[in-house]
Ligand binder design. Structure first.
Ligand SMILES: CC(C)(COP(=O)(O)OP(=O)(O)OC[C@H]1O[C@@H](n2cnc3c(N)ncnc32)[C@H](O)[C@@H]1OP(=O)(O)O)[C@@H](O)C(=O)NCCC(=O)NCCS
Length: 157
């Protein structure tokens, strides 16, 4: 199968924050944002591999800044690594103003696994070509994270 490009599976969700998204401190509820992040990561991975997927882990999830009622929040996903059955997706969440991403509010790296109809891991059929310097840099960093995750799993975490 031919390689795909990172841009082939880029994904973006846009939300306007409503009362139901807000916590007791009048800010965006972190759990709500995490559910959007998980969804975007899975959509990004599914666009690449064309199978069902499941989330194996979320790493380095950082809430960088709050968001408030009526803010427009954009959640974007892009692939940084393809393993045998797993894919790593970087998800970044921003507040938008007049169509411009003005404030990064969250970053996270999710490992998403391609699965079959029995929920068992299956190989990802497509490789991934990294074109821009930024994509290549993210991929280099991803290789380090993959090693760390393997190490952690060996140690039983
Ligand atoms: C994710 C899951 C399918 C992996 O199954 P498994 O039997 O451990 O399979 P494997 O050991 O062959 O791992 C499959 C791939 O996932 C990766 N993986 C497994 N557990 C992982 C973890 N905790 N963190 C990161 N990667 C992980 C492996 O490195 C491997 O990647 P590779 O094929 O690219 O090398 C299984 O643990 C599972 O179903 N977990 C629950 C998922 C879930 O319910 N998610 C929340 C709802 S979406």
């Amino acid at each position: 199968m031919p390689d795909k490009l990172v841009t082939d599976s880029l994904s973006e969700q846009i939300h306007i924050l409503r009362y139901e998204d807000i916590n007791g401190n009048n800010r965006l509820f972190g759990g709500k944002l995490v559910s959007w992040i998980d969804e975007v990561a899975c959509i990004t991975a599914m666009r690449h591999c064309g199978t069902n997927v499941t989330t194996a882990s979320i790493d380095q999830l950082q809430f960088r800044a709050p968001a408030y009622l009526n803010d427009i929040v954009s959640v974007t996903g892009k692939l940084t690594y393809i393993g045998r059955t797993s894919m790593e997706v970087l998800v970044e969440s921003y507040i938008e103003y007049e169509g411009v991403k003005v404030q990064l509010i969250n970053r996270a790296y999710l490992t998403v696994v391609s699965i079959d109809s029995n929920n068992q891991p299956v190989p990802v059929k497509f490789g991934l070509t990294f074109v821009s310097d930024e994509e290549k840099h993210e991929h280099d960093q991803a290789l380090k994270r993959v090693e760390l995750r393997k190490q952690r799993r060996k140690e039983g975490f």
